[in-house]
Design a protein around this ligand. Structure first.
Ligand SMILES: O=C(O)CCC(=O)C(=O)O
Ligand SMILES: [Fe+2]
Length: 342
């Protein structure tokens, strides 16, 4: 069988679920290993009972589970009446699998081809936290290799997150000046960009993020920040990443408060259509010591928080999953921006 091989990254993909909603793979998997099952409606229905059991077990163990149904080329015909859309084609299957499973219609068969080649029998693809393939196995509920691979995926060794830490990017006086800018401004609750019915909308969702933001307006402060970044940050980006930013988004000064449960749940910075041009994220702690929590975690690379001292920045690729743990005492101020490239 051709298809994806050991050690290869599962590419990001978007497919419709049974309710006709688009689901993005990399949005669902932010630091947990994944189990993807491929097959056709016929092969998946034929093994639905034992497969559902395995999926329940995998989800309970901590794998994010997907069933990708080849409904397109070489699957059942879907190109005629609208009532027979790929999504309604998989609706019949959804009752066979637990709710924890994300059932997706592969209406052009391309994802199935990429993963499984021309194979139409039920096949399992198991990844580690960074979504690289550990094993592809034909489905046989009794095969001990499946459980062994689950265990390997869950215990996968953590590496160092591939980020650049730059201490002293700002002086203590510059940090205090920016905290002063925040405190004199009218901060707004920070929303999250989400895609709804093909449109990107700003939504306030306290499960996703609790934070106050001040966007630094064009003027002396933003000019000073641009000059600092040009002189102190860009040479480091060139040296470490061989990257020269072409532009950056407006700086934001942000504050996470213990009183309101300030935090930012796991996300990637480039997963909505308005953000695809982002290459690197920069976050800079403006204060430390005055709060607990508020650590930056890259779950694909382990649970250790990154918390540079005040004035220190962290720069990382916008595709990496990350989160900010709840601030449990005091307030954390940070300066953030996103860099665009050529
Ligand atoms: O608060 C931080 O350090 C990171 C914020 C963040 O991840 C973002 O704004 O996208
Ligand atoms: Fe982020």
């Amino acid at each position: 069988m051709s298809g994806i091989g050991f050690g290869e990254r599962i590419p990001n993909f978007v497919r419709m679920n049974a309710g006709g909603q688009p689901v993005m793979f990399y949005d669902r998997c932010c630091g947990d290993p994944a189990l993807i099952v491929t097959g056709t409606p016929a092969t998946l229905s034929a093994s639905a009972g034992p497969l559902a059991q395995l999926l329940v077990e995998a989800a309970a163990a901590g794998l994010v589970c997907f069933v990708v149904v080849r409904t397109g080329p070489d699957g059942p015909k879907t190109d005629t009446p609208e009532t027979d859309s790929p999504e309604t084609g998989i609706a019949a299957l959804s009752s066979l699998f637990p709710d924890t499973v994300c059932l997706l219609a592969d209406s052009d068969g391309q994802l199935s081809d990429h993963l499984a080649g021309r194979q139409t029998d039920v096949t399992l693809f198991i990844t580690g936290r960074t979504l690289r393939l550990l094993a592809s196995l034909p489905f046989d509920g009794a095969d001990p290799a499946i459980r062994r691979t689950f265990a390997k995926a869950l215990a996968y060794p953590h590496g160092q997150p591939p980020l650049l830490e730059i201490p002293d990017l700002l002086t203590p006086a510059e940090c205090d000046m920016l905290i002063g800018v925040f405190d004199r401004a009218d901060p707004v609750p920070s929303g999250s960009h989400v895609e709804k019915a093909g449109k990107v909308v700003l939504e306030e969702d306290p499960d996703a993020k609790v934070r106050l933001d001040v966007t630094v307006p064009q003027g002396p402060v933003s000019e000073k920040l641009m000059a600092i970044m040009t002189h102190r940050l860009v040479p480091e980006l060139r040296y470490v990443f061989s990257f020269t930013p072409r532009s950056s988004e407006q700086f934001k000064i942000v504050r996470y408060d213990a009183d309101s449960g300030g935090h930012f749940a796991v996300h990637r910075d480039n997963s909505t259509p308005d953000a695809v041009a982002r290459r690197f994220a920069i976050t800079l702690n403006l204060n430390t010591g005055a709060y607990d929590g508020g650590g930056l975690i890259f779950p694909e690379y382990g649970p250790a928080p990154v918390s540079p001292p005040a004035g220190g920045a962290v720069v990382f690729s916008c595709g990496l999953a990350h989160r900010v743990t709840p601030v449990t005492r005091g307030v954390r101020y940070a300066l953030i921006s996103f860099l665009h490239g050529a």
